[in-house]
Design a protein around this ligand. Structure first.
Ligand SMILES: Cc1cc2nc3c(=O)[nH]c(=O)nc-3n(C[C@H](O)[C@H](O)[C@H](O)COP(=O)(O)OP(=O)(O)OC[C@H]3O[C@@H](n4cnc5c(N)ncnc54)[C@H](O)[C@@H]3O)c2cc1C
Length: 454
């Protein structure tokens, strides 16, 4: 069996590795000049910056298992312990995010009335039928103010989305399941934890993932480079898929390389490309499928790195801060990159990573680099009091950055799965469908590798 994988982001790479290491004949085709998709770590002027993703949360073994299979588990680095502290900018200042119910009661992140309303969670009504927005779900459980501050900030940190549009069932399926079973999330969590304690006496069972924020010593690129090395000539860059048609029981691919067109044959084809690219490739085969794929929208995001000389401004503390949209600011959030991962800034330098744009302010990403640096500096000064002049700046714009799992996403993906099943030997994977995080992408690719190898 021969498999052609299109797209050399983490999804395509993890899938190619899963199959290649089992001895399956694989070719991975990447249109761009390098592998990694939106993972790209750069060493410049004493800073290690990330163009796209910054980190992964060690909450399930997907990344560790992949790293172990590549012999690079020893390069995983855990964030500084102080990164457990996170902030939200609300009501005029940065306030610590409470990490437990007692801490919430003492915290100033919400006004008293909103905290009292949150206690009413215990009496929440069950969900109405059908999909629901994250905001509607949040308001039902913890009230409007806590939703506008805490829930909005939480989704901003992952999706840069619109809390009124995102589907709670698509992005937090476990929370929806908790509600289905227990009505109240607080009751559900208490019962689940009690059941877990009973089932597993302390000290028994497999070691659990730490739940800590992690990266690699040379940035996330370390993972990409190790995958590229393991794949060798199997992974080809500068090769764009431009056409796809059925041929017998397999597929014929038209690719473009150095301005020349060529044809390839494969028994199976996996599109590990953004949904809008898959839509263009599949339109001649199935118009309905293409329209469904095109309906998955993407939020644009600009990443603005501001680096400071040692001693020019204090090293901030904590992972960083998020800004709920009700504050009407121009940054979505800021990562304290050098405080979280001290090895990413040499000799005591300070690195802030500002995120701009998102589903609610897409126009901000259209600005030129100079304007984005100015915006990030102004916001950092007004929200976090950083007045020093940066010695280093870098701007990366993702015009279609993060797929939005809006209300209806699960039904759309189920319909896409049905459409794809009518095209035997064709598969889709990637961040547009069943999870946007690196962990989700790797888990999805591994599951597909298992099923293809069977
Ligand atoms: C700014 C930003 C910050 C993020 N932060 C985090 C984070 O901190 N933690 C986290 O877990 N996740 C984060 N994410 C999400 C995560 O990075 C992505 O979901 C994941 O990297 C997507 O991988 P992918 O392989 O599915 O897609 P991509 O990385 O988009 O790869 C798709 C590849 O397909 C190629 N391609 C396109 N068309 C063709 C064609 N016709 N022929 C051949 N190749 C083609 C593209 O060039 C690209 O390389 C972030 C995303 C962004 C944008």
């Amino acid at each position: 069996m021969s498999v052609a994988i299109i797209g050399g982001g983490i999804s395509g790479l993890a899938l190619a590795h899963g199959l290649h290491s089992r001895g399956t004949e694989v070719t991975l085709l990447e249109a761009g000049p390098r592998l990694g998709g939106n993972i790209q770590s750069r060493h410049r002027e004493g800073f290690l910056t990330e163009a796209g993703p910054n980190s992964f949360v060690d909450r399930e073994p997907a990344v560790r298992a992949l790293a172990a299979s590549l012999g690079i588990e020893g390069h995983i680095r855990t964030a500084d312990p102080s990164a457990k502290r996170r902030y939200i900018y609300t009501r005029g200042k940065l306030r610590v995010v409470p990490m437990s119910p007692p801490a919430l009661l003492k915290s100033d992140v919400l006004p008293l009335g909103a905290k009292l309303r949150m206690m009413g969670e215990l009496f929440t009504r069950r969900a109405p039928e059908g999909d629901e927005s994250l905001a509607a779900f949040g308001r039902r459980h913890i009230g409007p103010k806590a939703t506008a501050v805490l829930v909005d900030a939480m989704q901003t940190g992952i999706y840069a989305g619109d809390v009124e549009a995102l589907s709670v069932a698509a992005i937090f399926p476990k929370v929806v399941e908790l509600e289905r079973q227990h009505r109240s999330l607080v009751l559900g969590m208490a019962r689940t934890q009690a059941a877990e304690r009973k089932a597993l006496p302390p000290g028994e069972g497999a070691p659990r993932p730490s739940g800590a924020v992690c990266s690699f010593d040379g940035g996330l690129q370390v993972l990409v480079d190790a995958l590229a090395k393991a794949l060798g000539p199997v992974a080809r860059t500068g090769v764009r898929l431009v056409g796809l048609r059925r041929e017998g029981t397999g597929w014929r691919l038209t690719v473009e390389e150095h301005g020349q067109q060529a044809e390839l044959a494969a028994d199976k084809v996996v599109l590990a490309v953004p949904a809008y690219v898959a839509a263009g490739l599949l339109r001649p085969l199935d118009e309905t499928l293409a329209t469904r794929l095109e309906g998955i929208s993407y939020a644009p995001v600009a990443v603005v790195h501001l680096g400071f000389a040692p001693g020019s401004t204090p090293q901030p503390d904590g992972f960083g801060f998020l800004v709920p949209s009700l504050e009407r600011r121009r940054v979505l959030g800021v990562i304290h990159a050098s405080a979280t991962f001290p090895w990413r800034a040499e000799g005591g330098r300070i690195l802030y990573t500002c995120m701009v744009g998102g589903a609610k302010r897409p126009e901000l990403v259209e600005q030129d680099e100079e304007a984005l640096v100015k915006l990030a500096r102004e916001e950092l000064r007004e929200l976090a009091g950083v007045t020093a002049e940066p010695s280093f700046t870098e701007v990366i714009r993702w015009k279609r950055g993060i797929p939005q799992y809006n209300v209806g996403h699960l039904a759309r993906v189920a319909a896409i799965d049905e459409d794809v099943a009518r095209l035997p030997g064709l598969y889709l994977t990637g961040n547009a469908y069943k999870g946007v995080s690196l962990i989700d992408c790797i888990r999805g690719a591994s599951a597909l590798a298992d099923s293809l190898a069977r």
